[in-house]
Design a protein around this ligand. Sequence first.
Ligand code: TYM
Length: 333
Amino acid sequence: MEKEKKVMLSGIQPSGDLHLGNYLGAIRNWAARAEEFECYYFMADMHTLTVHQVPAELRRRTITQLAQYISCGLDPEQNTLFIQSHVPQHAELAWVLNCFTMFGELSRMTQFKDKAAQNADNINGGLFTYPTLMAADILLYQPDFVPVGSDQKQHVELTRDVAQRFNHIYGDVFKIPEPYIPKEGARIMSLSDPTVKMSKSSPEGCVFLQDSPEEITRKFKRAVTDSDTENCVRYAPEEKPGVSNLIVIYSACTGRTHEQIEEEFKGQGYGALKKAVGEAVAETLRPIREQTDRLLKDKGYLEEIYRNGAQRASRTADKTLRKVYKKVGFVPR
Ligand code: TYM
């Protein structure tokens, strides 16, 4: 009998255009796994409503994100690619899990604290219960691994706690998933402030996957490096966060180790490093951008993919949801 494949699942919010942090921290690690794993990747559009969105922009970004997933190497035949809001079981399971997640646990989530501080006029219930929707996204598919950047580790840990609590009461319903965090690129920092993570909310320090090569090299040229007098390319994240971030990005794009990079730039200043990293990133992203542009011209093709993806995802998700509903005592439909 053929051995069952292990399952991987992850998602990204289409709350802004995809950037280098999303690529190096997450998507790049998804693409290589399709043979080995059964994979589910989705556009987490429901999560984006926790902050205000412009509807037409959200629609555009969701479709662009699908085209980018494919351009980053996710073959839609091998991977199930879908839009979260097309699979209603996510919202349904989220409600049940909300009743097994404690107020105190949700209050401790750093993403909630950060976003509540950034959006003081809109601290809504969705922002607070966001991690239970994420737990539902994950647990519906019984994955073994959830490949994410290090900022999402806390949410995956909460998912594990909630799943264990549920299993403890009702028996083995959920598989307990592991976060899968890359060694290089788990946390890419902003180019304009290397003490905060690269994010779409501060576009000056953020390299988007759709940026042109000229734009990318310009952003790296202006990257903030460190105000030491040494001007020596050396990996030391505490002392030299700016230069270290550039080394991490260069290493992730070229496969060279930190030591090899230090050696390559021996006797040269930060300017040479910035130029080289900018060029390496522009080359890494070029084919992705070009293919995304091509795919976006064929809306019919993308529509077929997200429709098929939602059907496939829904079949798996429904099995888990039926089991959960039965366990908690809901009368079968
Ligand atoms: P999101 O949309 O903020 O980010 C998507 C993925 O990109 C990673 N990432 C980064 N990695 C390295 N450096 C950075 N600067 C950087 N910025 C973002 C994130 O760690 C993430 O892997 N809650 C999730 C989306 C989500 C999800 C899920 C993920 C919803 N449901 C279920 C996994 C499973 C989020 O806001 O990620």
